[in-house]
Design a binder for this molecule. Sequence first.
Ligand SMILES: C[S@@+](CC[C@H](N)C(=O)[O-])C[C@H]1O[C@@H](n2cnc3c(N)ncnc32)[C@H](O)[C@@H]1O
Length: 256
Amino acid sequence: MNRGLFICLRGKDALRKPHQFVRYGSIRQYMKSKSENEIKRFIEENTEIVKGQSLTPEISLRLFTVKCRFWTERPEFWPFPDPFWAIYWPGGQALTRYLLNNPELSVGRRVLDLGCGCGASAIAAKLSGAAHVVANDIDPIAAIATKMNCELNGLEPLPCVTENLISSEPENWDLILLGDMFYDETLTDSLHKWLYKCVKLYRTQIFIGDPGRAQFESCDIKTLLYEQARFELPDSVREENYGLTSSTVWCYRPEY
Ligand SMILES: C[S@@+](CC[C@H](N)C(=O)[O-])C[C@H]1O[C@@H](n2cnc3c(N)ncnc32)[C@H](O)[C@@H]1O
């Protein structure tokens, strides 16, 4: 079977440098020529609504599956950057499960889901009673997919921002969520510096979900993390993620 785009995203080299068939500059150009409704239609036509095959069966998401055209279509015909938002990553799954299991972490709080992808963790924070949730992803298609996924779960679309927040001064968030964000060395370093500032300036609480990727295990931040919960991945998630068997939620607590 030719799993085209899917294999590019999840294969051995997945989550290193993005392969990006289309770069973010050109995606913004592309988006100018399409209405949001046209992009939504594209997402609807090229994803499947999935529920029950993850650590959070109570959340429905539009994802890329074997039934989608691009499972077999040549990946270079995909018109956007790599659709990380069309996969529910194991790090995000653990983080989202943890939030749903512990609603007190979200209740009444201001929450940022950084690198939201499909938006599952942001959705869980809102469903758990957060006062204000912002989803952030530098991929503008992820922002649209997140809004669609909010609606699937009976929520008003959450505010989604597409700026690269880690290159700007942090805001005063109570809680920042990062699901499967430690997959690239440069990104990991920038994230660490920015997260340190968030904690130092605002004592922001930070939770990270990661399935033990090599880039994560070897990064400096790892020594400042405290394990909160570990989840065994369902069989279907293991099969799709080449050898990963569990996913862990960590709290970042640097000394300052
Ligand atoms: C592996 S996916 C994880 C998505 C989601 N958190 C999950 O666990 O399912 C990483 C996401 O981070 C986004 N991303 C990468 N660099 C980013 C940055 N500097 N700021 C915000 N999002 C970023 C990517 O576009 C992608 O959607």
